[in-house]
Design a protein around this ligand. Structure first.
Ligand code: PEP
Length: 255
């Protein structure tokens, strides 16, 4: 019912030329793959070139972040209309690296999500707990608070229009090589879907995709995505090599 969505988050990696080499390979290797939506998130400076290279391909160009104001005296920021202008069709917001190192609060994330969706892009909103929070048994409370902030002030958009994706990314699993077990991930995904149902209704909850992120590799992708509420992956390190990313996309296809 839900088409899995696999997105490569390249973080602060790759020059424009390196980015073009990778997407050219992905475009070729994934040309005949069906049944899975695919995206790549280069650094801001490579978005326009990557989007142009991906024209005519089903692979979407995503941004790694997006500021909430459209324009003005905000030195260093990049807004949703500018991302659209550059060719992005999705933006990730609330990545834990933004939350941890750049002070993004859940309220900022909600503002960013709103700006992304209002500009006509899809929003991939990341949520997830730290290791200390998990060890303290607070995982579901943390995720609840992050989700609640998204919907403060009412519903800003029609979530069933495939514009909202939630990425559950336990912070302790990101870039650590330590993956949540399929059962651990499924527990949180099912909880997120339940909360989405309470906020947005059963139909919306059934159609919103919830990606898992945190050390997804070709070796663990299939088992994770076989879980009923895991609808694809947000992939960091393993998205930097075409072979690994293609294998993860193919693992999603059968889920
Ligand atoms: C990420 O950056 O969103 C991520 C999940 O990274 P990694 O796959 O490297 O853990």
């Amino acid at each position: 019912m839900r088409t899995p969505f696999v997105v490569g988050n390249w973080k602060l990696n790759k020059t424009i030329n390196d980015a073009l080499a990778l997407v050219t390979e992905l475009k070729n290797q994934l040309a005949v793959v069906r049944g899975v939506d695919i995206g790549v998130a280069p650094v801001f400076t490579a978005i326009a070139a990557v989007a142009k290279r991906l024209e005519g391909s089903p692979i979407a160009t995503c941004a790694q972040d997006c500021f909430w104001e459209a324009s003005g005296a905000w030195t260093g920021e990049v807004s949703a209309p500018l991302l659209v202008d550059a060719g992005a069709s999705w933006a990730i917001v609330g990545h834990s690296e933004r939350r941890q190192h750049f002070g993004d609060t859940s309220e900022h994330v909600a503002q960013k999500m709103k700006a992304v969706i209002e500009a006509g892009m899809g929003a991939i909103v990341c949520v997830g707990e730290t290791l200390a929070e998990r060890d303290a048994g607070r995982t579901l409370d943390v995720v609840d608070a992050q989700l609640a902030a998204l919907f403060q002030g009412g519903r800003h958009f029609d979530a069933v229009e495939r514009k909202l994706v939630i990425a559950y990314e336990p912070v302790w699993a990101i870039g650590t090589g330590r993956t949540a077990t399929p059962a651990q991930a499924q527990e949180v995904h099912a909880h997120i879907r339940k909360r989405l149902g309470e906020r947005l209704g059963a139909d919306a909850a059934a159609s919103i995709r919830i990606q898992y992120g945190g050390s997804v590799k070709p070796q663990n992708a299939e088992a994770l995505m076989a879980e009923p509420d895991i609808d694809g992956a947000l992939v960091g390190g393993a998205s930097l090599e075409a072979g690994d990313f293609v294998a993860i996309v193919k693992a999603a296809r059968g889920s």
